[in-house]
Design a protein around this ligand. Structure first.
Ligand SMILES: [Zn+2]
Ligand SMILES: [Zn+2]
Length: 184
């Protein structure tokens, strides 16, 4: 039985960033079979060799930051590597349907007001009913990061922390920047 589990370091180091947490740092990983898993890469490798999803490590749920959890869209909440690979193929199709241009048209509709990932997902779901919600969530998350890096949108709420230890995260809210989606 290869049930892989991960536990957050306690306390988390002061100044731990969202990026570091999401990379899988500040956790220890172990497998029921007793194989040593030194870091996230080792845990991912062990998941793959035991036919489990390389993202949720077979747990079917993902915790990106302490205190939050959601179903793993990468394996359609099954925890298996087979499902993960099938989802990868499907994602190619989703990327063709929800391309950056379609995404930007929806984002532009929120000019002047703050919006969240679920707001965008809701509008896109109406435009592309054939795409399953978990896949839409992943795709929107990916495109939000892409256009945030390009300066089209910016985050208007930051994770909250107490004494430098992350205890609670709000759903990030975004706003279209003044240059926004219009061509320069
Ligand atoms: Zn194992
Ligand atoms: Zn998974």
């Amino acid at each position: 039985m290869h049930a892989i589990s991960s536990t957050w370091d306690e306390p988390l180091p002061k100044g731990a960033t969202m990026g570091e947490l999401m990379e899988g740092r500040f956790r220890s990983y172990s497998c029921f079979c007793g194989q040593p898993l030194l870091d996230r890469s080792a845990a991912q490798l062990h998941a793959i060799e035991t036919n489990q999803c390389s993202i949720c490590l077979g747990q079917t749920r993902i915790s990106l930051v302490p205190g939050t959890e959601h179903g793993c869209g990468y394996c359609n909440v099954t925890g298996t590597r087979d499902a993960e690979l099938a989802e990868q193929l499907d994602r190619g199709k989703v990327e063709a349907v929800i391309d950056e241009a379609a995404f930007l048209r929806v984002v532009e509709g929120f000019r002047g007001e703050a919006f969240t990932q679920p707001d965008i997902v809701e509008r896109l779901a109406a435009m592309a009913p054939e795409v399953l919600t978990p896949q839409l969530m992943l795709r929107v998350g990916q495109l939000l990061r892409v256009v945030e890096r390009k300066g089209v949108i910016m985050r208007v709420s930051a994770p909250s922390g107490v004494d430098g230890v992350v205890v609670l995260y709000d759903t990030p809210r975004y706003q279209v920047t003044s240059s926004g989606t219009r061509p320069a």
